[in-house]
Design a protein. Structure first.
Length: 247
């Protein structure tokens, strides 16, 4: 993270500006963030990075990074890494054409890998976060799978409880521990995102904002509009209008 108000939660683990989030290919992104949250992500192929780490530092990355999640590097090392990433982004923003130079790309890649290894090496002495109870994490995964398999059916909390054979309280505690959000708000956020995607993708005026909102289970239009604006910073009608302007 570069800047944030409050804290973020990744799979039940606290993420603040002094921590690092490590993800491997295919890992789910169960991420609940505060409203103001700026983050810089670096994506690298695993094999070349592992080879670089072994050749230059004798560091066994697959062993060190065998588990994904929130990690705690040394604060000073993390501060240097954050500053480097911001400098790189700023330099590219000012003159993106410099990336056309193969020598510069090579130097930049080596610099990023070298400094990233400093961060990862500091993880060897950092304490690992306490794991969440497997049963709660597993229940959230089952709930998410059911939700995505039946998304167009406007799944409710009651539907989830019945389908998963769990109580409302168990579902509540599991979502709160794993995602730091109650399941009702999680469902609402997913459905609002589907509305946003449909409004952004509209190419004709055949269906209205109300039609799309109703399709995703929002029956109280004024409350829907308020929730939508709270999440996306604009009214749904503005999103729809902008989708036509961009075409």
């Amino acid at each position: 993270p570069v800047a944030m108000d409050g804290r973020a939660i990744f799979s039940g683990q606290v993420l603040d500006c002094d921590r690092l989030l490590v993800l491997k290919q295919g890992d789910p992104l169960d991420f609940c963030t505060p409203r103001r949250f700026d983050i810089v992500a670096v994506v690298m192929p695993a094999a070349p990075l592992h080879q670089f780490a072994m050749q230059t530092a004798g560091l066994d990355l697959p062993k060190l990074l065998q588990s994904s999640g929130v990690r705690s590097p040394h604060p000073a090392v993390l501060h240097t890494w954050r500053a480097l990433l911001l400098q790189v982004l700023d330099a590219i923003r000012i003159d993106p054409h410099q990336l056309n130079q193969p020598q510069l790309r090579h130097t930049l890649l080596q610099g990023l890998c070298w400094n990233l290894l400093n961060v990862l090496e500091s993880l060897e002495t950092a304490p690992a976060p306490s794991p969440l109870p497997h049963s709660r994490r597993q229940l959230v995964e089952r709930a998410k799978a059911y939700l995505y398999d039946h998304m167009e059916e406007s799944v409710t909390i009651a539907d989830l409880c019945i389908a998963l054979n769990v109580s409302r309280r168990t579902l509540q505690y599991s979502f709160q521990d794993v995602l730091d959000i109650n399941p009702l708000l999680y469902l609402k956020a997913i459905r609002l995102n589907h509305v946003w995607r449909e409004l952004r993708a509209k190419t004709s005026a055949e269906s209205t904002v109300g039609d799309i909102a109703a399709k995703w289970g929002f029956w109280h239009f004024s409350r829907f509009s308020a929730d939508y604006r709270n999440m996306f910073g604009e009214l749904p009608s503005v999103t729809l209008q902008n989708s036509f302007l961009c075409r």
